[in-house]
Design a protein around this ligand. Structure first.
Ligand code: UT7
Length: 319
């Protein structure tokens, strides 16, 4: 029994906000600085009334349409987010209600930018156990809500969006291997160290990051976990057709590809269009590459995530 992706979908809210638009909004930065340091040219920002579940709904509808199944057939919803609509209920349950699905298992996963890779791995295990047949796996974020717009070192990097896949039980190979890791001793280099308690925000409700520490950590672990996943599947790195990495920074992506001895012509890059959308970034990039025809049936695809926690992981699959 395999778990196979049968549909992908994504959604970016509103209009693209360019780097020059940020300068016009009063942020002391430049298109040259942002593009040369990160590769980001634009990001999308959710409207005030739009929550993660709204973005997730649009992406999910597109993935369900591609899979050709009705929302009512889904028996598992795993949604990765660090920007949930509420403290509870989970954004997965809110998405379930918006989709009109009743009875499926639904829960959120919190692994920050590795969230989608974590969620996909969890869903795969449900399906391979035989307990569930049709899963909706989603990454959805409104990171614009947790950015300190006075901190130019972080606010230019992130954006809002959602991506989703339908994962179904199949006799044909789908997900070939997965590898997940975390090391909580690095929690301080990327965090939103705040809380709501007694009706007040306690601590700091904004994203804080030691960019250079994150950069070094990400490059090391992304290459390591990709090799671990290849070994588990007995697939050589040069057999990978497409690497779909977390879209945070083009320099991290290039360094990872180099360590894996993969040419950039085998790497899907969409960070220029939407910045770092955390748990949404991997399915956003996968959806773009499926819809523009680069990713084709039967190809080997490596998905990779890394983020706060610290967490990291990879999924190798046959599409
Ligand atoms: O999902 C994981 C999420 N995180 C990441 O992927 C982040 C990984 N890290 C990075 O991508 C990079 O470390 C950054 C892009 C965040 C920063 O690049 P850097 O080359 O490490 O720059 P820096 O933080 O050392 O800052 C260099 C200079 C500083 O000025 P001085 O002190 O040299 O005069 C900053 O004040 O750049 C300045 N700076 C900016 N200038 C214009 C910082 N942010 C900006 C900005 N515009 N937005």
């Amino acid at each position: 029994m395999f778990a196979r992706i049968t549909g992908v979908g994504s959604y970016l809210p509103g209009q693209a906000v360019s780097n020059d638009d940020l300068v016009r909004r009063g942020i002391e930065t430049s298109d040259e600085w942002i593009v040369s340091r990160t590769g980001i040219k634009a990001r999308h920002l959710a409207e005030p009334g739009q929550a993660s579940s709204d973005l997730a709904l649009e992406a999910s509808r597109r993935a369900l349409a591609m899979a050709g199944i009705d929302a009512g057939e889904i028996d598992l919803i795993v949604l990765a987010t660090s920007t949930p609509d509420f403290i509870f209920p989970s954004t997965a349950c809110l998405l379930q209600a918006k989709l009109g699905n009743r009875g499926a298992v639904a829960f959120d996963v919190q692994a920050v930018c590795s969230g989608f890779v974590y969620a996909l791995t969890i869903a795969e295990k449900f399906i391979r156990s035989g307990s569930h047949k049709k899963a909706l796996v989603v990454g959805a974020e409104v990171f614009s809500r947790i950015l300190d717009w006075q901190d130019r070192g972080t606010c230019v990097l992130f954006g809002d969006g959602a991506g989703a896949v339908v994962l179904e039980a199949s006799g044909e190979p789908g997900i070939l291997a997965t590898a997940l890791h975390a090391d909580g001793s690095h929690h301080g280099i990327l965090s939103v160290p705040g809380n709501v308690s007694g009706g007040q925000v306690t601590g700091d409700p904004f994203l804080r990051m030691d960019g250079q520490a994150v950069f070094k950590f990400a490059v090391r672990v992304l290459a390591e976990v990709a090799h671990e996943c290849c070994e588990a599947a007995k697939v050589a790195p040069d057999e990978i057709d497409w690497l779909v990495p977390h879209q945070a920074n083009i320099r991290i992506i290039e360094a990872t590809a180099k360590k894996m001895k993969l040419g950039m012509d085998k790497v899907i890059v969409t960070v220029d269009r939407h910045g770092n959308t955390s748990a949404a970034s991997v399915p956003l990039a996968l959806d773009a590459a499926v819809r523009d025809g680069r990713v084709k049936a039967g190809q080997k695809i490596m998905l990779e995530g890394v983020g706060g926690g610290f967490t990291w992981g990879a999924v190798l699959l046959e599409f």
